[in-house]
Design a protein around this ligand. Structure first.
Ligand code: GLN
Length: 564
């Protein structure tokens, strides 16, 4: 049965550009001695992004700059750009103090960690001990957790400085940050557009160089889609690679903490910092964490076909209907670039692809309705004054949750309720049984879809090293455009949700532009890998990024803001 899920490669002619001309590769080393302390952003600059983390480390250890100077420089840019962006919900009061402590250590010739002096933004559904953590919800307004999430703890232990908490759709439910209870974040490429979501604040902050890297969470695409909209790198690790301890649960079987950076190297270095088993999260994996940084070979050392022999599968269904033409041609340009790098291309089919969206919204809503039951004003969450206990529960939830969250809770409770189980879950199961011949096997209905999705990915990844697709069917759209059309908004998750259902790692990185805004709008390419093979994704992504020509990486807002 499995092999029938994976169709043999068809002709690639409709995906491949008619002529592919050889390219000469950029030859900039990652760490040149003339590398600026902080990349001076120019909107017109098309040179590939260099690792800011490595650059900062080099500058600090060679005493070219202090951590305090660096922090001040980022904070200045943050102050200039934040009034237009609203990326952050809270800013830390300790940034300069922590930077001074790093300077002190360097002065005393003590070891500093690999993230020393690196300003990190943290999505506000990830707990931090010294700042509020609200998940973008009124139900947690002013809540200050008594602990750091494991990922945050690891960042701090390695010298990273948490600069603030970034805006998000309430509890991660949304695709634009418009469902935040507090503010809407704008896209640095065009402030009249959304940055994507739900980790829109984390993506916008890195895109606008308000911080060096950031942490987000990805349940159905919330790291990858905003990375695509904001023109930055977003990495969704394999489920279990990064501890979820301290991540406020949306849908526990899908949630992962992910990494944003302005280069593939930075996202990989951050992943290295936060990965690994954690006894506080029973689902965190004991799988060994390789040194992802060993992948980041300087572009000068690349051979002419640096990805020779790498088998890349283009997921047929993701380039069919419903994808904007500009996005499609940017992806085809990326396909052609991969071919020039030496990759062997083929077209693969994931017949279960279209099942991902309905399965995701049933599972995610069901899990969230259960996870969010704890916010009743007694066990968790802000409490309203009421005359009796039931009214206290009801009013605390009614006032605490926004409309999108309430809709998800209703959908999930409905899907899980005994009376409707047959009408929805079971019917979905029967359709699947006839289409995919599950036969007499007794699957839990939702598990059935997930199992089929996992199997079809596995079949495709047995024959390919990586799979590629757009990260989203469109580039960033206008603020308000889809706010009142939830189904259109949900449909935008089509490229990403399957990956969460299968628990696989995926990397999104800029690959081109479409028209729109003052300087064009970025398009992200999604690369999907086998479970726990982030290393390969990072290697391929790095080579792709460092050899990409004529792609802009810095939004106009930053160039303008920086010049002020
Ligand atoms: N947009 C999707 C949703 O609203 C994904 C969100 C996420 O990954 N947190 O569920």
């Amino acid at each position: 049965m499995l092999s029938t899920l994976h169709h043999p490669p068809r002709s690639l002619s409709r995906f491949l550009p008619s002529k592919s001309k050889p390219r000469s590769f950029h030859t900039k080393p990652i760490l040149s001695s003339s590398h600026p302390i902080i990349e001076q952003p120019h909107a017109s600059s098309t040179s590939p992004p260099q690792s800011q983390i490595l650059s900062i480390r080099h500058s600090l250890l060679s005493r070219h700059v202090t951590a305090t100077q660096l922090a001040e420089s980022y904070l200045t840019r943050l102050k200039l750009t934040e009034p237009q962006l609203n990326s952050f919900l809270h800013l830390s009061n300790n940034v300069l103090k922590e930077a001074q402590a790093i300077d002190e250590k360097i002065r005393r010739n003590e070891d500093v960690g690999p993230l020393a002096g690196v300003l990190v933004g943290v999505k506000d559904n990830i707990c931090t001990v010294d700042m509020p953590s609200t998940a973008g919800s009124k139900v947690l307004e002013n809540y200050c957790p008594p602990f750091d999430a494991t990922a945050v703890k690891r960042v701090k232990e390695l010298g990273g400085i948490v600069v603030g908490k970034t805006n998000l759709d309430e509890f991660g439910m949304g695709s634009t940050t418009e469902a935040s209870a507090f503010q809407v974040t704008a896209n640095p490429w065009d402030v009249s557009r959304v940055p994507g979501g739900s980790s829109g604040g984390s993506a916008a902050a890195v895109s606008a160089r308000q911080c060096v890297v950031s942490l987000g969470s990805d349940t159905g695409g919330s790291v990858r889609q905003p990375a695509s909209f904001c023109g930055v790198v977003g990495l969704k690790p394999t489920y279990g690679r990064v501890s979820r301890f301290g991540l406020m649960a949306y849908a526990s079987s899908l949630d992962v903490i992910g990494c944003f950076g302005s280069s593939v190297a930075d996202a990989g270095i951050l992943l290295n910092a936060v990965s690994g088993h954690d006894r506080l999260d029973a689902t965190s994996s004991k799988q060994e964490v390789p040194d992802f940084t060993s992948q980041f070979v300087s572009a000068t050392l690349l051979e002419s076909k640096p990805l020779k022999g790498l088998r890349v599968g283009i997921i047929r269904e993701t380039l069919d209907n419903g994808v904007d033409t500009g996005v499609k041609s940017a992806i085809l340009g990326a396909v052609s670039h991969l071919e020039e790098l030496g990759c062997t291309l083929s077209e693969v089919s994931l017949p279960t692809f279209s099942l991902g969206l309905p399965a995701y919204y049933i599972l995610a809503s069901s899990e969230s309705s259960s996870n969010l039951s704890r916010y009743d004003g007694v066990r968790y969450g802000n409490q309203v004054v009421a005359d009796e206990l039931n009214a206290l529960y009801e009013d605390s939830r009614a006032k605490g949750f926004g409309s999108e969250v309430k809709m998800r809770i209703l959908m999930g409770t409905y899907a899980l309720s005994a009376g409707y189980y047959d009408a929805y879950y079971k019917r979905a199961q029967q359709v699947l049984q006839s289409s995919f011949m599950c036969g007499q096997e007794k699957f839990h209905p939702s598990a059935c879809v997930r199992t089929l999705i996992q199997k079809s990915f596995k079949a495709a990844l047995d024959e390919n090293d990586i799979l590629i697709s757009p990260a989203a069917p469109s580039a960033a759209y206008k603020i308000g455009e889809k706010k009142n059309d939830p189904l259109a908004m949900y449909a935008g998750d089509i490229m990403t949700v399957n990956v969460n259902l299968a628990g696989l790692p995926a990397l999104v990185l800029p690959c081109g532009f479409v028209e729109g805004g003052p300087a064009g709008l970025p398009v992200g390419l999604q690369m999907i890998g086998a479970a726990f093979d982030e290393e390969k994704l990072l290697k391929v992504g790095h080579v792709f990024e460092q050899t990409l020509q004529d792609c802009r990486f810095v939004p106009p807002l930053v160039a303008d803001g920086f010049a002020q």
